[in-house]
Design a protein around this ligand. Structure first.
Ligand code: NAP
Length: 485
């Protein structure tokens, strides 16, 4: 079962910040992979842009090194790398000055028929400057697209300012706010499973769903980016964007059609139906030093920091579908493993006819984002063999890697999303009002934590976070799922 690849139209993709970490690690390798499966047509151009003075040949060498580093020699085909590299160009441009923009305009004008996309892989402080200069130099056309990365603000006010900056020169339908979680195969499959089957949707509500758990666990700490992280924390870095998107896709009503605004309207309704969080609905943590290395406070170099490297939340959605079903969210650094999943836990059967069964856990649909993207349905069956009517739980497993062909290679989320930009499909991108609504929900609790002045609770590295987070679920009679390796 290998999917058909439909080539996109010829395009010019300008990557601002093409020499930076994100471009080298994700964007350029993803583009190579799409070329390798023949989705990128001949003549498409990828134009790097940054302040560094570099010739086209030097840029090509840099990109070829990045492909080697992030894909590895075994994953590269010499002829395809050559073809990819030959489609690369470079301009020296300073986002905050006027140099280089004329050269860029001239290059793009050589191919007026190409789809034009600008990927802003630079600090958000430069978004306004770049967008203004694209307009001033006549480079932005009504059909061109602009792609921006998180962080999309640090609170509601800054998110509004950012949206206002972008909308000075681009219409909402031209703005692609990337959240790479939405590009993950399993996350899209969550929509397919819900809306492509009649099986689950009748059960997808508080009558049948006991609770939902969303976990995004990271095993790494913040060392190396401590200064940046300490200004943000788990709530801003993970919950406001990625986890809210997962929550929305799990909880939203079926859209009337699979089109960008229909899907995003439904997600927005979920955010707007979230009850305000109270401090009692939250547990914040900071990882302790271990025998091998320092803790969070050492990594950010501030012994008095109150920023959380872990947060667990109990979230309620005030609407007919979900009233009474808690959604538990949890994310953190230096946890037992790198592990992300959505678990929809169904209620136990109302009456058990099997006297041996003391405790029925109920079915659960587990959507695993990493590692090993896949979906599992936990069902109860009779234990095979003799010995009477003993029941056991088994997973019905759908591991997508196996379904994707011999090499089992899952497309990187960025591959799908960048091709969607070229296709002009915004379904898997956040709309401005969604981002603002998410900040409007997270701002008050962040302020409440600041006002309370309490320090996050310490937790051991390699654990599942502060033990107090278990109270969030156990007080409702629930138990967090294990953070599996
Ligand atoms: P980075 O490694 O610091 O790279 C920044 C890039 O911007 C460099 O190519 C730099 O090249 C260029 N640049 C800086 N100032 C410029 C200016 N005035 N005009 C033109 N170009 C300029 O940053 P990054 O990690 O790639 O991150 C880029 C964006 O993606 C940020 O918004 C970040 O928050 C976001 N993001 C990154 C990741 C990630 O994994 N890295 C993940 C999610 C989101 P020159 O110095 O030569 O100009």
């Amino acid at each position: 079962m290998v999917s058909t690849v439909i080539p996109v139209q010829p395009f010019d993709l300008v990557i601002f910040g093409a020499t930076g970490d994100l471009a080298r690690r994700k964007i350029l390798p993803s583009l190579y992979r799409r070329l390798a499966v023949h989705q990128i047509p001949a003549g498409a151009r990828i134009i790097g842009a940054a302040r560094a003075k570099m010739s086209r040949a030097e840029f090509r060498k840099e990109v070829s090194d990045a492909l080697l580093e992030f894909i590895g020699e075994a994953g590269l085909d010499k002829a395809l790398v050559e073809e990819f590299i030959n489609g690369l160009d470079y301009v020296t441009v300073d986002a905050t000055g006027d140099n280089g923009w004329g050269t860029l305009a001239k290059k793009l004008d050589e191919k007026p028929d190409h789809i034009r996309a600008f990927y802003l892989s630079v600090a958000p402080a430069l978004f306004g400057d770049i967008s203004d200069r694209l307009a001033k130099h006549g480079i932005a056309t009504p059909a061109s697209r602009i792609v921006v990365e998180k962080p999309l603000g640090k609170d509601l006010a800054s998110a509004k300012a950012l949206n206002a900056q972008l909308s000075r020169n681009f219409d909402e339908h031209q703005i692609y706010r990337i959240d790479h979680y939405l590009g993950k195969e399993t996350v899209q499959n969550l929509m397919a499973i819900r809306f492509g089957n009649a099986l689950f949707e009748p059960l997808w509500n508080s009558n049948y769903v006991d609770h939902v758990q969303i976990t995004v666990a990271e095993s790494i700490g913040v060392a190396g980016r401590g200064a940046y992280y300490d200004k943000s924390g788990a709530m801003r870095d993970m919950v406001q964007n990625h986890m809210m998107q997962l929550l929305c896709l799990t909880a939203m009503e079926p859209p009337s059609k699979f089109d960008p605004d229909a899907v995003r309207d439904e997600k927005l309704k979920v955010i707007r139906a979230l009850e305000p969080l109270t401090i009692g609905d939250t547990v914040r943590g900071q990882y302790r030093p271990s025998s091998k290395e320092g803790g969070y406070l050492d990594h950010v170099g501030d012994p008095n920091s109150h920023t959380e490297s872990f947060v667990a939340l109990k979230v309620h959605i005030s609407n007919w579908r979900w009233a009474g079903t808690p959604f538990y969210l949890r994310t953190g650094k230096k946890l037992g493993s790198r592990f992300s999943e959505i678990a929809v836990v169904f209620k136990a059967p109302p009456h058990t006819i099997f006297p041996q069964v003391e405790h029925h856990r109920g079915n659960a649909l587990i959507i695993r984002l990493q590692p090993n993207e896949g979906i599992t349905l936990r069902v109860t069956i009779k234990e095979p063999g003799q010995g009477g009517m003993r029941l056991t739980e088994v997973p019905l497993d759908m591991t997508f890697a196996e379904a994707l062909g011999a090499d089992g290679l899952m497309p990187e989320a960025y591959e799908r999303l960048i091709m969607d930009v070229i296709r002009g499909d915004q379904t898997l991108f956040m709309r401005g009002d969604e981002v603002e609504a998410a900040w409007a929900w997270t701002d008050p609790i962040i302020r409440a934590w600041d006002d309370a002045g309490t320090k996050p609770l310490p937790y051991d590295q390699g654990s599942a976070g502060p033990i107090q987070s278990y109270k969030l679920t156990s007080s409702d009679g629930h138990l967090w799922r294990e953070i599996e390796a």
